[in-house]
Design a protein around this ligand. Structure first.
Ligand code: ADP
Length: 529
């Protein structure tokens, strides 16, 4: 049968028992069964697995699925086997298998029984496996968690960079399917380039989660009392509290217990048995709250998590989105509360100090976005979706009123003249500077770069010294989101004028700037997840 003649709804029902495709699934499946390179960007829970599992089951040959997590692969294989009477329909190929097991897997593949072969990226670099796979019909290669290919993703894995050349060895014509749940425009570009599939059919689902309420509170010394009050207001509901250090996780879990809240800690320093026990207690609703490092949550699917609290702000908006995304998966209420203090950002910066320079630059750039999000006074949903390359209508869009800024707007002040000064400064400094040097030029502060360029000798130097550093930082952020300036990603954040910005200089108009965020003090503490 020709791929175009396959009755996909029938196959969907037969294998998965579902009556309908979810979201963009049908288009994706059609693209894959007609042998196209395909790129799928869907938030977690969007139904990505089915996008490649169904084509694998209906096409001839074996589909290779590259996945970074062995535990998740095992779950997927078990799930697939439960859909089919054939045991060999799905296999994992990795270093944990015995020689006999490997031979059985090879036998099932050669006989055409295996439709899905899950492999870790490092297994695919093994010559033995590659030689074997060269000789069998491959329907396509699906690359799950494709953002691991990009240094700009939150989970860069160098072995992902070799995948394209290995796939080429398996066969020039094998279609490639990339799938990810976190894709900023930069990560998307990296994935398409690295997999050499800029021609791919791209399917991007909306990242909007209209049932989630976003709130950022200033972190003060009373944070613990604040969290306790919040949980008591949500009595009987399940929630997760994320902290950046194990020590903090233990501390907060204890404070909650002492205050009559049933809570357990979860972090990589606990032994596997305790971790599993605490996770089960949470899933079975024996406890209300899990206090955790980011070690908690990979692959967890509890649909009725009602709140996610970030005791510490995460290191990127991707992480923030992933972690907050664990709330309200059933479509019901989900309150996402993050505590923010600039001190925490500085802590995260210090934490990056020992890393290679390029990694540091990326880390800083990602952190700047977190700062901007935390300090913004515009619609948080709009900000977040803008970050993921999606435009959101903050008046009529779904969930438009679901954040603190929209519900309690901050005071706005006219900043038209200051925007002109800012844009002119970016222009006059030849669009060479990152925000720090732009601000220094504005307020008349000197550093090595400014000296080297003799910027301090220019007429425009210190033109904005009637306002302070914090003011200009806040203005730059707001102007960036508004699109009058843009940040150049390749140079890790050099500020450029956009056409809209150039037009503004020629013909300025009213620009209402939201009043700034207040800073506060918190204690210092080391970070170990
Ligand atoms: P992702 O990998 O994008 O996080 P999953 O593949 O784990 O998402 O799917 C999320 C959930 O949606 C799963 O419980 C899955 O069974 C369910 N699901 C997927 N496709 C459909 C569908 N067409 N109809 C109903 N449920 C679906």
């Amino acid at each position: 049968m020709k791929p175009s003649e396959i009755d996909l709804h029938k196959e969907l029902k037969k294998f998965f028992g579902f009556n309908q495709f979810k979201g963009l699934q049908e288009g994706v499946v059609r693209s894959i069964i007609t042998h196209n390179n395909t790129f799928v960007i869907m938030p977690t829970g969007g139904g990505k697995s089915l996008c490649y599992q169904l084509p694998a089951l209906v096409l001839d040959g074996t589909a290779i699925v590259v996945s970074p997590l062995i535990a998740l692969m095992k779950n997927q294989v078990d799930a697939i086997r439960s859909l089919s009477s054939e045991f060999g329909v799905a296999h994992v190929l990795n270093s944990s298998l015995t020689k006999t097991e490997v031979n059985q897997v090879k036998k099932d593949i050669t006989s055409g029984l295996t439709k899905l072969l899950y492999v870790a990226p490092e297994s695919l670099t093994k010559e033995e496996y590659v030689d074997f796979l060269k000789g069998v019909p491959i329907s396509f290669v699906a690359i799950d968690e494709a953002h691991c290919i990009s240094e700009w993703g939150h989970d860069f894995r160098p072995e992902y960079r070799n995948l394209r050349s290995i796939i080429k060895q398996l066969g020039e014509e094998i279609p490639v399917i990339g799938l990810t749940a976190t894709a900023t425009p930069k990560v998307q570009e990296d994935i398409l380039k690295n997999l050499d599939m800029t021609d791919a059919n791209t399917f991007k689902a909306s990242f909007n989660r209209p049932n989630l309420f976003y709130e950022v509170r200033t972190k003060t010394k009373n944070i613990e009392g604040d969290i306790i009050r919040f949980i008591k207001q949500h009595k009987g509901k399940s929630g997760v509290i994320y902290c950046l250090s194990r020590k903090k996780v233990e501390e907060i879990a204890q404070v909650l217990q002492v205050n009559g809240i049933s809570a357990v800690p979860y972090h990589a320093g606990l032994d596997a048995k305790t971790r599993a026990k605490h996770q089960d207690m949470f899933l079975m609703e024996d406890v209300e709250v899990v206090v955790a490092t980011i070690a908690f949550g990979m692959g967890i699917d509890k649909p009725d998590v009602r709140f996610v609290i970030h005791h510490d702000i995460p290191k990127s908006l991707e992480s923030y989105y992933q972690e907050t995304g664990r709330a309200g998966r059933d479509g019901g209420e989900g309150h996402c509360l993050a505590y923010y203090s600039y001190k925490d950002i500085e802590k995260l910066e210090k934490f990056m100090a020992g890393k290679p320079v390029a990694e540091q630059e990326i880390g800083f750039a990602l952190l700047q976005e977190v700062v901007a999000y935390a300090e913004t006074s515009m619609s948080r949903r709009k900000f977040l979706l803008h970050y993921f390359g999606e435009e959101f209508d903050d008046v009529d869009g779904e969930g438009a009123d679901m954040d603190d800024n929209v519900r309690n707007p901050k005071k706005k002040v006219e900043a038209q003249d200051q925007v002109v000064t800012l844009l002119e400064t970016v222009r006059d400094t030849k669009e060479l500077y990152k925000s720090k040097e732009v601000i220094f030029t504005l307020i008349g502060k000197i550093n090595a770069t400014i000296k080297a360029h003799k910027t301090d000798a220019q007429k425009f130097f210190a033109k904005g010294n009637d306002h302070d550093e914090k003011y200009w930082m806040a203005l730059i952020r707001q102007v960036l989101v508004d699109g009058l300036l843009s940040k150049d990603i390749e140079t890790y954040g050099v500020i450029k004028l956009t056409q809209k910005g150039k037009d503004f200089i020629k013909k300025p108009y009213s620009f209402m700037m939201s009043e700034d965020h207040e800073y506060s003090e918190t204690e210092d503490e080391a970070i170990v997840t």
